[in-house]
Ligand binder design. Structure first.
Ligand code: ZN
Length: 206
């Protein structure tokens, strides 16, 4: 039995599945990431369950499928990483107030068309897209791609922000749009401590 890296150590603070997918890499606000929980196909599936993109039953089916087709799982995982890269190139510029390139938006469109081609409309309060019948290895990516399009087409773009303390991106759902940190417990607190130490140092040198 392979051990799957614990993907639950990544906090889900993006407020959107696509942003949480981008946030599977950590690091400083600028520059290359310094950690990544997506280390293989099993981790992709585990993250899908953790983030609510897959049910446990769907995950079990995908694990069976990936064991039966390791090459296919490898290809699907490589596609997941490329998807995360271009989603990053869509939302990181937006967080900085710039439009993403037409090329990355075209890739998102193509993947959304592919995702919807494998989806069914299911009734609820409104009808929604579901991928219950999709038994392809890229199944974990479907709702991620769709969440990205949803956010771009129905969200408030000025609410898409980057954390001041790390590379996380999030959808600011606060009433007065004042959220600056991925989480007050982490980057918010780190910033408060930094300011406190700086103030004390200033007092000490006076
Ligand atoms: Zn942060």
């Amino acid at each position: 039995m392979e051990t799957v890296e614990d993907v639950t150590r990544m906090r889900l603070v993006g407020g959107n599945l696509a942003l949480d997918f981008i946030n599977t890499r950590t690091g400083p606000p600028v520059g290359p990431p310094d950690d990544d929980v997506l280390t293989g196909y099993p981790e992709l599936v585990a993250w899908g369950v953790y983030a609510g993109a897959l049910t446990e039953t769907e995950a079990a089916a995908l694990r069976r499928l990936s064991r039966a087709d390791p090459g296919g799982a490898h290809t699907a995982f490589a596609r997941a990483l490329r998807t995360r890269d271009y989603l990053d190139e869509v939302f990181r510029p937006l967080a900085a107030g710039h439009d993403p390139s037409a090329a990355v938006l075209a890739r998102l469109r193509d993947d959304e068309a592919d995702a919807l081609g494998h989806a069914q409309l299911e009734p609820g309060n409104t009808f929604g897209w579901a991928w219950r019948g999709d038994h392809t290895l890229v199944r974990p990516l479907r709702p991620v791609v769709h969440a990205a399009v949803q956010l771009l087409t129905t969200g408030a773009l000025d609410r898409i922000k980057g954390c001041g303390g790390c590379r996380f991106v999030f959808n600011d759902e606060s009433k007065n749009r004042s959220r600056r940190w991925c989480s007050m417990d982490d980057c918010g607190t780190a910033e408060k401590i930094r300011r406190y130490v700086a103030a004390r140092r200033t007092r000490a040198t006076r």
